[in-house]
Design a protein around this ligand. Sequence first.
Ligand SMILES: CC(C)(COP(=O)(O)OP(=O)(O)OC[C@H]1O[C@@H](n2cnc3c(N)ncnc32)[C@H](O)[C@@H]1OP(=O)(O)O)[C@@H](O)C(=O)NCCC(=O)NCCS
Length: 275
Amino acid sequence: MNLLRPMLEADIDAVVALIGMHDEDDAEEAQRFYRVLNGCHGQFVLEEDAEVIGATGFDAPTGCDQSYWITWTYIHAQHTNRGLGRKMLTELFDYLQQQGGRKLFVKVSDYVDPEDGAIYAAALHLYESMGFSIEVQHDDFYDVGEAQIILGMRLQQEQEHSPVAQQQVAIQFNEIFEIGETEGSWSFGWHEQKGGGSNAPFAAEDLHTGLGAVREEGARCVFLSFPSNYAGISEPLIASGFTETGSLKDYYADGIDELHYAYIFNQKLLASTPE
Ligand SMILES: CC(C)(COP(=O)(O)OP(=O)(O)OC[C@H]1O[C@@H](n2cnc3c(N)ncnc32)[C@H](O)[C@@H]1OP(=O)(O)O)[C@@H](O)C(=O)NCCC(=O)NCCS
């Protein structure tokens, strides 16, 4: 690496401070990521005159073949628009490609700050100009009016492969949780029993139980995602009022996408309100 060096524990305070220049909530979440969830593994900083002025990194999701999420990526507010973000990301993407990286994903919000405007607009522009394209958009994800946009980009050409067979899977929902960084977006935890079910992977009744439980907690929306090679996933979700919000192409492996679904409580309530 040329511009970037691996991030150390001693860099965390400086990185959190530079993230806080852009968004205080992000700084808090990033702090938890560095100190509790992930540590500094796969994280890098950019220094100028012995000062940390940039940060970026990656996280490899479990169960996926050479897919990477791009993690907290920030340039010090007094050093933006000097081309450093593009150089920093180019170096990171080259590194991941050399490691055999197949596909990259990144999440961006469309938040418009009352004073600072669309604070992630530069990031969206940068990612799209570097070859990413939007694969999933979850409206009202972080909060009402604030969408989550997920972009993806291939690092390697797709290899020839035989069609991926659909698997019969029995899915059991085992928890409900509010999604981090959101106000009122919930999801269900689940585990699978391969070869378990010969019919639908789960009953609509199971979904209704989960929807009832999160509604009690004040959920606005529910977001779920499943591998595209699980047979019969869509039917019970659509029948229960979920909508498809897109798919992360080749997320698990070439030919196996991640399918995304959303259920919006408010719309359902409005739709059922008598005129
Ligand atoms: C995104 C970020 C890392 C980019 O760093 P940077 O050093 O400013 O990036 P660069 O100077 O290399 O490039 C910025 C690009 O955004 C463009 N840009 C700047 N402000 C913009 C805006 N409001 N809307 C659209 N494009 C914008 C610039 O013109 C430039 O594009 P170009 O190279 O095609 O001319 C930095 O802006 C940042 O820290 N933003 C806040 C945090 C963030 O959004 N992080 C990513 C979350 S996933």
